[in-house]
Design a protein around this ligand. Structure first.
Ligand code: 13P
Length: 249
């Protein structure tokens, strides 16, 4: 049985004070919840306060992005070494908003994935098709291209610490959720490909999350699908009550 991961992607929301306020309200709501792994991904400026606020609890903390080099003249970037140094444990990579607005490519996602693994950060690697790709029947082709490039150089034994997030771009922030069946089908495509390239054991170990308008009302139906190993939640993770309801779907 794969332990599910329920992760919050706060995107560019919350000051450090607001992040701290969230944690204070959220922790009592999920105390002793160990059925699932819980991860909060605030913006970089709130990482340290959130890490301090959850210390000793069942909640882990990750960044929303990083660069793939340890240090250097890369103005504005954060390195895996820096994330490790403040005890972040996870990092979201290749989110569609980074691909769309900040020039992230399958190649940079691959470099970042290898860098995260090298530094023992747990990557949450995002893939997903845009609406035009789904409507023209290209979903499988897009997912396979993204996943194969992202995983170049990854070995089977690393898959247990890698999380994939299937986030159909048309479902992000739109209120349109993929049906549980649509998500299930996309997850199966991804897992079958991991099995083909890295073996069945690696495919059985890797967690594949669904993201895109996950809410308390639709979480149970999605999480009950056998191929869905958790959720990456944007908008509905900003409120402690709402995110706690998703955690406890
Ligand atoms: P929403 O839950 O707001 O649709 O965002 C999903 C997402 O992008 C999580 O990474």
């Amino acid at each position: 049985m794969r332990k599910k991961v329920i992760a919050a992607n706060w995107k560019m929301y919350k000051t450090p004070a607001q992040a701290q306020e969230f944690v204070k309200a959220f922790l009592p709501l999920v105390a002793n919840h160990d059925r699932d792994e819980i991860v909060l991904c605030p913006s970089d400026t709130s990482l340290s306060v959130v890490i301090a606020a959850v210390a000793g609890t069942n909640v882990a903390v990750g960044a929303q992005n990083m660069y793939f080099v340890d240090e250097g003249a890369f103005t504005g970037e954060t390195s895996p070494v820096m994330l490790k140094a403040i005890s972040a444990t996870h990092v979201i990579l290749g989110h569609s908003e980074r691909r769309q607005y900040f020039g992230e490519t399958d190649e940079t996602v691959n470099k970042k994935l290898l860098a995260a693994l090298k530094h023992e950060l747990k990557p949450i690697v995002c893939v997903g098709e845009v609406l035009a790709e789904r409507e023209s029947g290209k979903t499988e082709e897009v997912l396979l291209r993204q996943i194969r490039k992202a995983f170049e150089g990854v070995v089977a034994g690393q898959c247990a610490s890698i999380v994939i997030a299937y986030e159909p771009v048309w479902a992000i922030g739109t209120g349109k959720t993929a049906t549980p069946e649509m998500a299930e089908e996309a997850h199966a495509i991804l897992r079958r490909d991991i099995a083909r390239t890295l073996g069945q054991e690696a495919a059985d170990a890797i967690r594949i999350l669904y993201g895109g308008s996950v809410k308390p009302e639709n979480a149970t139906a999605l999480m009950n699908q056998p191929e869905i190993d958790g959720a990456l939640v944007g908008g509905a993770s900003l409120d402690p009550q709402s995110f706690a309801k998703i955690v406890k779907y």
